[in-house]
Write a protein of this length. Structure first.
Lengths: 488, 170
């Protein structure tokens, strides 16, 4: 390929990186013993000197990184050259590029910069190594780079236009738009609840590092027991957790839109960090509709696309981060044919589900009987009986989630109780079938069928299908080769 | 074969007879290791320690003995009876397992790579395994313990045919 002039990132990124200590962060482990040797307790001057020193170090490393970094997008490949001492040149052929993501963290936005991530995942391999990051180009250049790379990949035969004039086309079709009222669903989703919890954890770590003299006297908060304060504290904590989840969800999903532009779906979202993700519709093989226990009460659902060869798919594949079930289904029907209503699994599956759910309780009860006789520990028996009784609705709930369906061009499987997940996949998505039958499943005439798919988690299971239905389901849900399963 | 019918057709061909010898040898090695561990327990942990130790002193040797009988005497033969494989015009098809069973079917058009591996023990018995990989992490077919020359021929044949019929390899 021809030698291309390397492009540089904007010098304004130096400021961003200096402030965030992006490159200097790696020296922190080395600095800690240094600080320990010089002694932190040297008064105000030492601290000021240290702060100035670290900032200068940060500026220096940021400058070096910026100076040694260049990128070039040619007609056949994207080349990134970097490295302080040892030079590394990474060349990613344009046809290997799976997607381009443009994100704008808050500081970047202040300086009018964006960060471009070019995803070059190879097959099922995941990891940061599969990504080219061009950090800190002006917004226009970011858009140009994204459009240039994607248009070349989409049409390798045609000569791309003059660089820099590819204007962002208007959206062809709007697929989804986030309604801010949907943020109220956030406390029902585990991952959003984790955001305030993580913040609290980080706060405690900070307190720990501040040392004893700075730490506020928490002991004085010690309450004199009693139910009322305990309950009200728990209530306040729960409320804070819910509010935190809503705020967390708002930060990530603010202004979410999903548009189709040509052959791609474009998702834009985020309050502080704007993210701009592009998914090629041709690579979308299906989607998952997940509904947690709480979300089912409120008729809410989330949608993830299953895209072949997508790195970091859990984040990038999100088509609807949170919303009413009806909107979720309307959206997924636009991407994959609806395979029709789910078929329930046989009664043997219900029996198996209940037996599995009460097994733990029965085991604990058995131990409990022995313990009651031997040592008078009746509470183990009580816990065992409690678990057994709770196991019945759990087993029934798990069974109620099970279902499968095969339509003319797509199929669907559903399972899970805590988070019920329904997967809808195109027939062509299936790259193999795996049928599993445990000893007990064989006795009960059941089998678990896993559709192997080169997207998402790699396999989606129809749990406890009637053994007699396996061959017909696999034949209906994938291309003709699955007929090999049929008895001859 | 089992009284209950299989959910799907069983593949046609059995693995190499040498596989039984290999599995028995592996079982013996595992049993010896466990026996050494149990002997060390009996030697170094006296019953006077108290707690569950007196119970464990007779439970562990029994468990080790039962495990040895199963892994050496029962499992290799059962596995040999269950394990089957087949390469048809369109697909690679295997059945593995002994108590629980797994049937895996992968069409040749979706094969991405074909590997032949020969472990140390396999070399002693002149065996090799074929692994057929697809774009899915779940969709890997492993045909264990074929005669080495058969495995090589199968792998070459599959790789050649996959290159001819490969469609959108996902």
């Amino acid at each position: 390929m021809t030698e291309l002039p390397g492009r540089r990132t904007s010098p304004r990124i130096l400021l961003v990186h200096t402030v965030t200590f992006r490159q200097a962060r790696q020296f922190v482990p080395a600095l800690i013993p240094l600080v320990a040797v010089t002694g932190f307790g040297g008064g105000r001057t030492t601290i000021i000197l240290l702060a100035v020193g670290i900032t200068l170090l940060s500026l220096l490393t940021a400058t070096l990184t910026w100076w040694r970094f260049s990128y070039a997008d040619g007609s056949s490949a994207v080349v990134v050259t970097r490295g302080l001492l040892s030079r590394s040149v990474r060349t990613v052929p344009t046809d290997r590029i799976r997607g381009v993501e443009v994100e704008t963290p808050l500081l970047h936005r202040l300086f009018g910069l964006v960060r471009v991530r070019i995803d070059a995942a190879a097959g099922a391999v995941s990891g940061n190594d599969e990504e080219l990051v061009v950090d800190g180009v002006p917004r226009d250049e970011g858009d140009r780079l994204r459009t240039a790379v994607l248009s070349r990949r989409a049409a390798p035969a045609t000569e791309p236009g003059v660089d820099g004039v590819v204007a962002p086309e208007p959206p062809d079709e709007e697929f989804a738009r986030f309604d801010n009222r949907w943020l109220l669903y956030a406390p029902l989703v585990g991952s959003y609840l984790a955001i305030p919890a993580a913040a609290v954890g980080a706060g405690f770590r900070l307190l720990d590092e501040l040392g004893h003299n700075v730490r506020p006297e928490l002991k004085r908060l010690d309450l004199g027991g009693g139910w009322v304060p305990a309950v009200s504290i728990a209530g306040v904590l729960l409320l804070l957790l819910a509010v935190g989840a809503v705020i967390g969800a708002a930060l990530v999903n603010w202004g979410f839109t999903l548009d189709r532009r040509g052959g791609s779906l474009i998702a834009v979202r985020g309050l502080l960090t704007r993210r701009h993700t592009e998914l090629e519709i041709d690579r979308i093989r299906g989607g998952t509709v997940s509904e947690g226990l709480g979300m089912r009460w409120m008729r809410a659902a989330r949608i993830n696309a299953l895209v072949t060869g997508l790195g970091d798919a859990a984040r990038r594949g999100q088509l609807l981060p949170l919303g009413p079930r009806a909107s979720a289904w309307a959206l997924i029907r636009r991407l994959v044919d609806d395979p029709g209503p789910l078929v329930a699994h046989p009664p043997a599956a219900r029996r198996r589900s209940i037996v599995r759910a009460v097994a733990t309780g029965l085991l604990v009860s058995g131990v409990g009987i022995a313990a009651t006789v031997a040592a008078g520990w009746w509470w183990i028996l009580a816990a065992g009986i409690g678990l057994t009784v709770l196991g019945v609705p759990l087993g029934l709930g798990r069974y109620a989630s099970l279902g499968h369906a095969a339509g003319p061009r797509s199929f669907s499987v559903r399972s899970g109780w805590l988070v019920r997940e329904q997967v809808i996949l195109q027939r062509r998505a299936v790259v193999g079938w795996r049928v599993r039958q445990s000893f007990f499943q064989r006795r009960a005439g059941l089998a678990t069928v896993v559709a192997c798919v080169g997207a998402g988690t790699g396999g989606y299971a129809a749990v406890d299908l009637a053994a007699a239905d396996v061959a017909s389901f696999t034949a209906a849900a994938s291309e003709p080769w699955a007929a090999e399963f049929a008895h001859r | 074969m089992p009284a209950v019918a299989s959910p799907v057709r069983d593949p046609a061909w059995q693995v190499s007879r040498g596989a039984v010898g290999l599995w028995v040898t592996e079982g013996i090695i595992g049993a010896v290791v466990l026996a050494i561990g149990a002997a060390a327990f009996l030697l170094f942990v006296p019953a006077s320690v108290g707690g569950p130790v007196p119970f464990l002193r007779w439970a562990i040797p029994i468990l080790v003995a039962v495990d040895a009988v199963v892994t050496v005497g029962v499992r290799p033969r059962l596995r040999y009876r269950v394990h089957r494989w087949e390469v048809t015009d369109e697909a690679v098809y295997t059945l593995t397992g002994w108590l629980s069973r797994t049937w895996t079917l992968v069409p040749i058009s979706r094969i991405q790579t074909v590997d032949v591996t020969r472990g140390v023990m396999q070399q002693l018995f002149g065996l090799a395994s074929v692994a057929v990989l697809t774009a899915s992490s779940e969709g890997t077919v492993r045909v264990p313990h074929l005669e080495a020359d058969v495995a090589q021929r199968v792998a070459d044949d599959l790789a050649r045919r996959a290159a001819q019929v490969r469609d959108q390899a996902t």
